[in-house]
Design a protein around this ligand. Sequence first.
Ligand code: ADP
Ligand code: ADP
Length: 224
Amino acid sequence: KALLEAVDLHKSFGPTPALDGAGLSVRAGEVVAVMGPSGSGKSTLLHCLAGILTPDRGTVRYRDVELSAMGDGPRSELRRSDFGFVFQFGQLVPELTCLENVALPLRLGSVKRRAAESRAREWLERLEVADVADKRPGETSGGQGQRVAVARALVTGPRVVFADEPTGALDSLNGERVMQLLVTAAKETNAAVVLVTHEARVAAYSDREVVVRDGRSREMEPVR
Ligand code: ADP
Ligand code: ADP
């Protein structure tokens, strides 16, 4: 049964629709790769699934609740409690240390500082970047920063992790390692992952692939 499901999404920003009947569903513990050329609608689909963007038409259901039927407040609260996000460029807060960055989502959820930082440190260890805990993001390498970003996305125990080109700024070795760590952590916690990528090597870490083209999605035949 789907944990998160989008059906027949339409979204336009201008004359040409960004989404023109796209859909996608993901189960708990499943990693789905969203592939397709630049400008095909992948990010728009991901933003609709995550409740960041409201489609013009179509439905997004999370645990049988329709996101567009929720108020903005409860939807933001749901994003904070149940979803995690990783972007191409970590989007870490530059003024905070890496440890403080990872602890931040817990602090925003009112976890006390000591408990938050202790959990943050465990996640930095899991992502093999405990050594950058006291550095600021600008003092780390790209690969380290992206591992910190993955730790920050997972520290709250999200049910769904949205990753938009999470390895796009990394060399292939670092990219593969970040994918391994992300997928392992997601499987261990039974989280679903929606992974947007245009790299087949990155999509190879998924259980299923969905291809988006001109705002429409198509399920790929399983090859593994
Ligand atoms: P992808 O992630 O596959 O590269 P996007 O979902 O980012 O594709 O974009 C799909 C189409 O929608 C593109 O033509 C893009 O220019 C357009 N688009 C996306 N977001 C916006 C926006 N906020 N304002 C205007 N046009 C947008
Ligand atoms: P990556 O592919 O992970 O970005 P790099 O080849 O850039 O790795 O970096 C290799 C090592 O150099 C890293 O382990 C990191 O400690 C160090 N390093 C890279 N960039 C910086 C930087 N801007 N500031 C401090 N140390 C850095």
